[in-house]
Design a protein around this ligand. Structure first.
Ligand code: ZN
Length: 678
C-alpha cells in the first residue's frame, strides 16, 4: 500500500503481433481512428474519444482486459523477447556478460517446456519432504522461515519498508497475508457470486491435489482444509478501504509486543531462521491479524497446516511445473476469476518472469536499445512545466489559507523526479542462474530478493531505488520518499509522441505527470510531509475544507456502475480519482501557458482546437475493453476507477472541457455539482 501507482494491477499482456499503435507512427491518424464521431462529446466523452478504438480492438483471447496500456506493454514485450532470445542463443565463445548470462539462461530454462515436463513434480520433492518431516507445531517458525526465504506465500508477510514517522529509516514490517483469493472479502461475503466463486476455488484446489497424485476423496478433504485455514486468516485481515489510512496500518512496537500477539509462534526463532538482522522494534501493520493467526494456529491440526503449506508451495510455482498444473492454474485464476479464454503463450509468461526476477538486468539492455537520452530530456522539460502549473494552481486555490499554501509549496519543491531508469543498476552478482533449472532459478531469485529486502532493515532509505522495472508501462508516486517515478516503458506513444502536437502530449503524458504530482496531495499523500514523514502540515480549517472537497469526489464516483449491480468504490478509488482530476487540470493549465508562450502552434488539427485535443489526448489513454469478470474483480480490488469513469468522471468536473466542446447545462458531461480539490 505504500505505493500509489497509476495502475495498481500489472496488466497481463497478450497478442502475438506488434500492436497497431506500435506500427503506426502517424499520431494524427491513430487519434482519428480511435474516435467515435457519431457520439456526442457532451453526452459521453469516453465513447466519443474511444468508441472507434473499442470497436476495433476486441479483447484478445488470452486477455481479460485490453487497453492502450496493454497495447504498449505488448509492444515492449516484443522488444524484450528479442533481447532475451539473443541472450539465450549467444552461448558460444563466452561473449556474454554476467547479466546476459543470467537473463539468457533464465529465459531459455523457462522456455524449455520439454525439460520441465520431464522433471515433473519431482522438482518439488525436497520441499515436500521438508513439510512432511514437520512433526511438532513448535517447529513451525523454522518451516515458515524457510518458505518465506524463498518467497513462498504462507500465513503472514514479513519484509522491510520506510518507517512512516521516521521516513529516512527502513524498519521491519509484519503484515497480514497467506491468502490465495484476491482479497479477504472473497472469503467472507455471502452474496451468490462470492459463494459460487468459493465453490469453484475449492474445486480448483482439489484438482491441484489430484494432480499431485492424491486420491479424489483425500484431495477434496485437503481442499476444504486449505479453505478453512485461509478463511480464518481472512477473517483476521484488515479491510482494503480502511487500510488506505496510513495511521491505521502503523503500529511500531518492540518485537516482544509483536510476540505477545501470537504466543503460539516464536518470532525470534522465525527471524533467526529467515536470516533477518536483529530487530528491537518493527511495524506490525495489522495487530488484530496476528491475534487471529494465534487463534488459528492453536485450532488447526498439524496435518491441515501441512496441507495448507503444500498447497501454497505448488500454487505459487505452476509455471515451473508440468503443463497440467499450468492449465489448471489458468482455469481458475485466468478463466474463472478474470474471464480470459486462453492461457498466455509461454514466451509471454517467460518474459514476464525475467522482468519480475531480473528486471534491472533486462531493463538495462532495454533502455540502451530503445530509450534515447533525448526522450529523458523531453520528459524532464514537461515535468518542470507541470510542476510550474501546480505551483500556480496551489497559489490560486480559493479554499486554502496562506499558511497551508506555503507548506504545500515547500512539499512541491521537495518532490524528486525520477525518469526512465535507475541512476544505479541493481547488482545481481550473488544470484546464481543455471540453464535447465527453471524452478531453481525462480526460487533462488525469490531468495535473492527476500534477502535484499531484509538487509535494508536498520539502514537509511535508498530513495534512488525503483519499485518498477524500466520496461513497465506505468508510473508511481512514493509518499514516504516524496518522489515521482516514470519508467522508460511509458514514455512512448500514445502517452508521449515526438511527432504529435503539444496539446495531445499534455493530455497524455502531461496529465500522467500531473496525476503523479497530485498524489503528493491526495487524501493519502497530503498526510505526509516534504521528507516523507507521516506528519500533519495542515491548519485544522484547511484540513476540514480539504475533506469536504474529497468527499465530493467520493460521492461522485460511488454513483458509477462498474458492471451489473457492482458500483465503483468511491472511498477505495479516492486517491486515484483526486490525482486524475488534479492531473488533468494542471496539464490543461500547462498547455495554456505553453500556447501563450509560443506562436508556432497550430490552431486546429483534424478539425479540433488545442483546447479540445488536450481532452481527447486524456480520453484516449484510457480506452479499454474488459470482460465482465475482470470488471467485477477490479471494482472490488483496484484503487483505480475503470477507464470510462477516469475520463468522464474528470471532464464533467471541468468548465474548461465544457467550454472547449460547447456543452450546455443539463448535459451528462456538465456536472451540476462539480467537484474540485486541486
Ligand atoms: Zn495514481
Amino acid at each position: 500500500m505504500r505505493i500509489s501507482r497509476l495502475l495498481a494491477f500489472a496488466l497481463p499482456l497478450i497478442l502475438s503481433t506488434l500492436s497497431a499503435i506500435a506500427q503506426d507512427n502517424n499520431a494524427s491518424h491513430s487519434v482519428a481512428a480511435a474516435l467515435d464521431k457519431s457520439a456526442d462529446p457532451c453526452v459521453d466523452f469516453y465513447q466519443f474519444a474511444c468508441g472507434g478504438w473499442m470497436k476495433n480492438n476486441p479483447i484478445p483471447s488470452d486477455q481479460s482486459i485490453w487497453s492502450r496500456f496493454g497495447e504498449l506493454a505488448e509492444s515492449n514485450r516484443e522488444k524484450l523477447r528479442g533481447i532475451l532470445e539473443n541472450a539465450a542463443h549467444a552461448t558460444v565463445g563466452g561473449k556474454r556478460d554476467p547479466n546476459e548470462q543470467k537473463i539468457g539462461d533464465y529465459y531459455a530454462s523457462c522456455m524449455d517446456e520439454a525439460a520441465i515436463e520431464k522433471k515433473g513434480i519431482a522438482v518439488l520433492k525436497p520441499e515436500f519432504d521438508r513439510i512432511n518431516a514437520f512433526k511438532d507445531k513448535s517447529a513451525l517458525p523454522d518451516l515458515i522461515a524457510h518458505l518465506h526465504s524463498q518467497g513462498i506465500n504462507a500465513l503472514f508477510n514479513f519484509g522491510s519498508g520506510a518507517d512512516f514517522k521516521n521516513a529516512g529509516q527502513v524498519i521491519g514490517q509484519a503484515d497480514q497475508g497467506g491468502l490465495s483469493l484476491p482479497d479477504r472479502d472473497y472469503y467472507t461475503k455471502d452474496d451468490p457470486k462470492s459463494v459460487e466463486l468459493r465453490k469453484q476455488y475449492v474445486e480448483h484446489v482439489t484438482s491441484m491435489f489430484k494432480l499431485l497424485g492424491d486420491p479424489a476423496d483425500k484431495a477434496a478433504a485437503e481442499a476444504n482444509a486449505v479453505m478453512n485455514v485461509e478463511t480464518a486468516l481472512a477473517k483476521g485481515s484488515g479491510d482494503r478501504v480502511e487500510r488506505r489510512e496510513p495511521e491505521r496500518v502503523y503500529h511500531k512496537m518492540p518485537v516482544t509486543e509483536w510476540q505477545g500477539l501470537t504466543p503460539s509462534f516464536s518470532f525470534t526463532r522465525y527471524l533467526t531462521g529467515l536470516g533477518a538482522p536483529t530487530l528491537s522494534s518493527l511495524n506490525v501493520a495489522e495487530p488484530n491479524f496476528f491475534k487471529a493467526l494465534d487463534a488459528e494456529l492453536k485450532n488447526v491440526s498439524l496435518d491441515d497446516l501441512k496441507t495448507y503449506l503444500r498447497w501454497q508451495l505448488v500454487s505459487g510455482q505452476t509455471d515451473s511445473l508440468p503443463k497440467a498444473f499450468q492449465d489448471q492454474h489458468f482455469n481458475f485464476y485466468g478463466k474463472t476469476l478474470q474471464g480470459a479464454k486462453e492461457i498466455r503463450p509461454r514466451w509471454k509468461r517467460c518474459v514476464a518472469a525475467v522482468d519480475g526476477d531480473l528486471g534491472e538486468a533486462l531493463g538495462k539492455v532495454f533502455v540502451e536499445k530503445y530509450y534515447p537520452p533525448e526522450a529523458r530530456a523531453r520528459t524532464l522539460t514537461m515535468v518542470k512545466q507541470l510542476e510550474e502549473a501546480l505551483r500556480r494552481d496551489i497559489g490560486d486555490l480559493p479554499w486554502m489559507s496562506e499558511v497551508t499554501k506555503k507548506q504545500a509549496l515547500i512539499k512541491l519543491d521537495a518532490i524528486q523526479n525520477k525518469i526512465g531508469y535507475p541512476s544505479k543498476w541493481r547488482d545481481y552478482t550473488t544470484l546464481k542462474i543455471e540453464r535447465g533449472d527453471a524452478l531453481g532459478n525462480s526460487l533462488r531469485s525469490n531468495a535473492f530478493e527476500v534477502h535484499r529486502q531484509l538487509m535494508k532493515i536498520g539502514k537509511p532509505l535508498d530513495k534512488q531505488e525503483w519499485q518498477m522495472t524500466p520496461p513497465t508501462v506505468n508510473a508511481y508516486y512514493e509518499p514516504t520518499e516524496n518522489n515521482i517515478n516514470f519508467p522508460a516503458g511509458i514514455l512512448q506513444p500514445p502517452f508521449y509522441d515526438f511527432k504529435a502536437d503539444d496539446a495531445l502530449n499534455f493530455g497524455g503524458m502531461g496529465a500522467v505527470i500531473g496525476h503523479e504530482l497530485t498524489h503528493g496531495f491526495d487524501d493519502q499523500g497530503a498526510l505526509f510531509d516534504p521528507q516523507g514523514n507521516l506528519k500533519n502540515w495542515w491548519t485544522p480549517e484547511d484540513e476540514k475544507a480539504f475533506k469536504e472537497r474529497t468527499q465530493c469526489i467520493v460521492d461522485e464516483y460511488d454513483k458509477f456502475v462498474a458492471v451489473d449491480d457492482v458500483h465503483v468504490r468511491g472511498k477505495l478509488t479516492l486517491g486515484e480519482n483526486t490525482a486524475d482530476n488534479g492531473g488533468l487540470r494542471i496539464a490543461y493549465m500547462a498547455l495554456m501557458k505553453s500556447l501563450a508562450d509560443s506562436s508556432k502552434q497550430p490552431a486546429e488539427i483534424d478539425g479540433f482546437t488545442p483546447e479540445q485535443r488536450v481532452f481527447i489526448g486524456w480520453g484516449q489513454i484510457w480506452c479499454q475493453n474488459q470482460t465482465d469478470q475482470m470488471a467485477r474483480l477490479l471494482a472490488i480490488n483496484n484503487e483505480h476507477a475503470p477507464g470510462n469513469f477516469r475520463v468522464n468522471g474528470v471532464v464533467q468536473n471541468m468548465p474548461e472541457f465544457q467550454k472547449a466542446f460547447a456543452c450546455k447545462a443539463g448535459q451528462p458531461m456538465v456536472s451540476a455539482n462539480a467537484c474540485r480539490v486541486w
